[in-house]
Write a protein that binds this ligand. Structure first.
Ligand code: 5AD
Length: 456
């Protein structure tokens, strides 16, 4: 059967989609990008904010026409919204055939068999007993970046704003042998860069192996050039991870460390377990480990504005923290009350207008900082890895590549000059706030950046 999957939300969903594709292709089904010819469409959904759910609801409505007249036999909702809504979705939308949570991903091929036998609608949100302790087969498609490998799922934190612990369950760390096997398979398929993912990846623990040791092992895989990971929680034990990170040649100089707020009062109400001062100390320590290198490491973050009870003063503290840290990038959100969470029941909700105003102010500040950082980088020589190419308007190709720190660099070169995964030394010649432009250096001219120079 020809099928299509549309992915919403986080990297874990991208990974889950790939896992489902591997399993469905293995069962003889075939992926298509053409909705008109798809016999099954799955929406792999996100519940993190209200807006994410609204987008999915809109999409379900739009897809009805493929059900009414077209080839579409089965329409399904997977992922966090499936877990959260369950049979409420099939009750409300009679043309939905399948609703599953993230825990049922390992059973997708069997569920589709049942649909084919005429059993519908199917709802499986029984839990988190996924077939997680085996490597998920990667679909046989062209290499495309970023490429994620999950090392742990779920979350044991108690952040009062967050729905994830209830949609993805408690932390489960994966057997390191399975992780290594999955990464090795991807490297054999041609991947040069892997991003390890987990909701709070520094909580990884399997038979005494913690995340720093796992990184050391993955770092040793021959053929792999670059290794990234996300997301780290600013916990007290994170320094050991920073030290290992800075010592490993393949681990890129990029840390995603969500701060959420710059106000201790709000951090406490969020039940984040660190203070503003502790966070700032962690950032300082992390940066100190890279002193003397040509380029500083990148730090990115997530920030919520308008959490219940956030005053103008609290918000100013967030702005101050952003000015002090100077994040390379920040994902910034208006607080969105999620049903069932502690914060949704708080009585001191911030009005929508104030949330929007604060978000705009924060976006503007971060935009200025990112632009300044990019301007400071122009003139540097750096190593980039090619990710993809598109034909450019002047003929030839525009290649999109990434620095080790995660910044995007665009290069122009003749068609066929590079393939995804190639490491190229470039001179950064110009920028916008979010993109750098570079010229490839002829081989022999080396860069000074990074810990070690990889030559393509
Ligand atoms: N409202 C707004 N943002 C949220 N996030 C998580 N839950 C909410 C919510 N209820 C943000 C956090 C988290 C990121 C993935 O999404 O910043 O780090």
């Amino acid at each position: 059967m020809k099928y299509h999957i549309q992915t919403f939300g986080c990297q874990m969903n991208v990974y889950d989609t790939k896992s489902m594709m591997g399993l469905l292709n293995g069962a003889g089904h075939e992926y298509t990008d053409n909705l008109a010819e798809a016999e099954m469409i799955l929406l792999n959904t996100c519940s993190i904010r209200e807006g994410a759910e609204q987008r999915v609801r809109g999409r379900i409505g739009q897809l009805k026409r493929y059900k009414d007249k077209g080839r579409l036999r089965f329409l399904g909702v997977c992922g966090c919204m499936g877990q959260k809504e369950g049979a409420r979705l099939t009750d409300a939308v009679p043309y939905l055939d399948l609703v599953i949570g993230p825990g049922a991903i390992g059973s997708i091929a069997r569920l589709v068999e049942e649909l084919e036998r005429g059993n519908r609608p199917l709802v499986d949100i029984t839990g988190i007993e996924d077939e997680y302790d085996q490597p998920f087969p990667a679909p046989n498609e062209a290499v495309s970046y970023p490429c994620f490998v999950s090392v742990m799922k779920g979350c044991n934190k108690k952040c009062t704003f967050c729905v994830v612990p209830s949609t993805r369950g408690p932390e489960r760390s994966r057997d390191p042998r399975i992780i290594l096997q999955e990464v090795e398979t991807l490297v054999q398929k041609g991947y040069k860069e892997i991003t390890l993912i987990g909701q709070t990846i520094n909580s990884y623990r399997y038979d005494g192996i913690r995340f720093p040791q796992l990184l050391e092992r993955v770092n040793q895989i021959p053929g792999l050039a670059r290794l990234r990971f996300t997301t780290s929680y600013p916990s007290t034990s994170i320094r050991a991870l920073f030290e290992v990170m800075a010592s490993l040649d393949k681990v890129c100089e990029q840390l995603h460390l969500p701060v959420q707020s710059g106000s201790n009062r709000i951090l406490k109400a969020m039940r984040r377990t660190y203070t503003r001062e502790e966070y700032l100390n962690q950032v300082r320590y992390f940066r100190s480990l890279y002193e003397g290198r040509a380029l500083p490491p990148a730090i990115t973050t997530d920030i919520i504005v308008g959490f219940p009870g956030e005053t103008e003063e609290d918000f100013q503290q967030t702005l101050d923290l952003v000015r002090e840290v100077r994040f390379d990038a920040a994902f910034m959100f208006k607080y969105s009350p999620r049903p069932g969470t502690v914060a949704a029941a708080m009585i001191n909700q911030v009005d929508e207008y104030t949330k929007s105003r604060r978000l705009d102010t924060l976006l503007q500040l971060q935009h200025e900082i990112a632009g300044e950082m990019n301007r400071n980088l122009t003139g540097s020589r750096v190593e980039v890895m090619i990710e993809r190419s598109t034909p450019s308007s002047q003929g030839g190709m525009e290649y999109e590549s990434r620095m080790r720190t995660g910044r995007i660099v665009k290069l122009s070169a003749p068609a066929g000059a590079y393939s995804p995964g190639d490491l190229v030394q470039v001179l950064l010649t110009g920028c916008t706030s979010y993109t750098l432009f570079g010229d490839p250096l002829s081989s022999g001219e080396s860069t000074q950046g990074g810990l070690k120079i990889h030559v393509a």
